[in-house]
Design a protein around this ligand. Structure first.
Ligand code: NAP
Length: 323
């Protein structure tokens, strides 16, 4: 922690963190879903590390762990960075959501990332799927067995902390009843239109850090649906909202910076994805302005709840609604 802060101070960029179990997680991380073009993504990763990003969010599902592994390994080998400067998060894929498969999938991710140990390993979804690629059958996941297998990974030194993603209050409450190691972090969809205040408050009250995914409203989500051959959806648009735009104009900031700063001031970590140089830079520059209480309240009124959910998982066969 001390080392991480002194490094960021040397770079002249104050790095803010939130607790993540026994670690501190940098509040601004790099999202990497749909960053698959090797050349473009390698350049973006190098630039992000130059800018000062130290928290990188990936998943076995994103199929880009090997690219991240290549670049961070180059930075560590050339002594531009120490392993402990980085905060690397990846996730157990849906076909690994079974007590007997956790170790196998974690080891595969470690190998691709060229790491011995992760900072945070998340269960990507609260439900599972068989390993067979032909058969798509969603299993009712055995959360107790899977969490115990996750705890074993901490004991074995393969990850420093463990957490969950896309879990509900009742699913987290259930884990809290039997866990030996508490979830350190919950990663959920969160942006001005879907603020989930009860879930966030529940986590904060129980000492679980929260990370907001799709913090800019995932403008590339329809590309993903199209890629799957599915119909495009009419999604909320965080970046063109007039309330966000008006506040941004007042602060001489971009709409994206205001949307991200709003989440930071609610004590959430944010993981905006970008492979565009200018956006990578501005998405990281969130600590030289502050939204007033009045502006925060105005942005809070944009919350329309479930209606705004982008990642509803309906693109997975047999998933009818968000768990
Ligand atoms: P997002 O970060 O809200 O939006 C990313 C999109 O916005 C990209 O198309 C990006 O384009 C564009 N963008 C980025 N910065 C911008 C700016 N300043 N102005 C205008 N456009 C901008 O969406 P997301 O990728 O869905 O979510 C972020 C990360 O959360 C993911 O990458 C992933 O790591 C994680 N995630 C996790 C889950 C989960 O189930 N746990 C689900 C979804 C996402 P360019 O790249 O072209 O700049």
């Amino acid at each position: 922690q001390v080392e991480r802060q002194s490094l960021s101070q040397k770079m002249g960029k104050p790095m803010r963190t939130i607790p993540c179990g026994r670690l501190q997680m940098p509040m601004v991380g790099l999202g990497t879903w749909q960053a698959n073009d090797p050349k473009e993504f390698e350049a973006a990763l190098n630039q992000a590390l130059d800018i000062g990003y130290r928290h990188i969010d990936t998943a076995a599902f994103y199929d880009n762990e090997h690219i991240i592994g290549k670049i961070i390994n180059q930075w560590i080998c050339s002594e531009k960075l120490k392993r402990d400067d980085l905060f690397i998060v990846t996730k157990l894929p849906i076909q690994g959501i079974h007590r007997d498969r956790v170790e196998k999938y974690l080891c595969q991710s470690l190998e691709k990332l060229c790491l011995d140990c992760l900072d945070l390993y998340l269960i990507h979804f609260p439900y599972g799927k068989t390993e067979s690629t032909k058969e798509v059958v969603y299993e009712k996941a055995d959360h107790k067995g899977i969490w115990q297998a996750m705890e074993k990974q901490v004991e074995a030194g393969r990850t420093k902390t463990i957490g969950i993603s896309n879990f509900s209050i009742s699913q987290i409450d259930n884990i809290l009843k039997f866990c030996k190691i508490k979830p350190a972090n919950l990663q959920i969809e969160n942006h001005v239109f879907l603020q989930q205040p009860e879930l966030v408050q529940f986590c904060h009250q129980n000492g679980i850090g929260v990370t907001a995914y799709s913090p800019l409203g995932s403008p590339h989500f329809n590309t993903f649906l199209k890629h799957l051959g599915l119909k495009e959806r009419n999604l909320v648009n965080v970046l063109t909202n007039p309330v966000v735009a008006e506040i941004a104009k007042k602060h001489c900031k971009s709409n994206a910076q205001v949307a991200l700063r709003f989440l930071i001031q609610r004590n959430l970590a944010v993981i905006p994805k970008s492979t565009t140089p200018e956006r990578l830079k501005s998405n990281f520059d969130l600590f030289d302005f502050c939204l007033s209480d009045q502006e925060m309240k105005k942005l809070e009124t944009l919350d329309i709840g479930e209606e705004a959910r982008i990642c509803d998982w309906k693109f997975f066969p047999k998933i009818e609604e968000h768990p």
